[in-house]
Ligand binder design. Structure first.
Ligand code: SAM
Length: 198
């Protein structure tokens, strides 16, 4: 299924880069954690994954949109791209970092946000991090996200309002959140660490 035009989407970023804009804020933040294996969750055209691979990180990109994945494959045929929904995703591999850049939770089918976050969480190694950046004023906010992350066994470690770590203040309309899976034990499923009786 395609709701995006991958080439058109990528052109916007290419044009920004041509004008000298900094377009790798997400990769910069991810790289600051020195990850070995990264899952680019909702990778789109591979913007973040391709930059991380260039910096020597082992990456896999997953996206449900056929056009986005086709563009990613064309841009970097040597990397691994998986056309699949993160909801219910079950790859063999685990990652020390999963990144969701570019509003992914706002584009998952309505009602699947918790399953999306759980899908990311169950691909983390113990101690691994999920980093997500999205507009927090479009119906799915940081409280919703923290609840879904908690239910998936994740604990909030840090939150900023930009990828270059500007403070997250009351009323900020964008959130970059870093959640962490416990270093021991680990999630075996989306609700592994759920402690509430419901
Ligand atoms: C705005 S794009 C961001 C793409 C890329 N991460 C970036 O930063 O350029 C949002 C992407 O999330 C993907 N997406 C949303 N929900 C998804 C899901 N449940 N499973 C896989 N991909 C999903 C969409 O297909 C789309 O490519």
């Amino acid at each position: 299924v395609s709701t995006w035009d991958g080439d058109e989407y990528q052109r916007r970023f290419d044009r920004l880069a041509e004008r000298g804009a900094a377009v790798h804020g997400e990769a910069d933040l991810v790289a600051s954690y020195a990850p070995v294996r990264v899952l680019d969750a909702g990778c789109g055209t591979g913007r973040v994954a391709i930059e991380l691979a260039r910096r020597g990180v082992d990456v896999i990109g997953v996206d449900a949109d056929a056009s986005m994945i086709a563009t990613a494959r064309r841009r970097a045929p040597e990397l691994s791209w998986v056309e699949a929904s993160l909801v219910g995703l079950a790859l063999e591999q685990r990652f020390d970092l999963v990144v969701m850049a570019g509003n992914v939770p706002l584009f998952t089918p309505e009602g699947t946000e918790a399953a999306l976050v759980a899908g990311c969480a169950r691909h983390l190694e113990p101690g691994g991090r999920l980093i997500a950046g999205f507009s927090s004023d479009r119906g799915y906010g940081v409280d919703d996200y923290d609840r879904d992350a908690h239910d998936a066994g994740l604990v909030l470690e840090d939150r900023w309002s930009t990828w270059d770590r500007a403070p997250f203040t009351e009323g900020a309309d964008y959130a970059v959140s870093v959640h962490r899976l416990a270093a021991t034990g680990g999630a075996t499923g989306g609700g592994a660490a759920r402690t509430d009786p419901a």
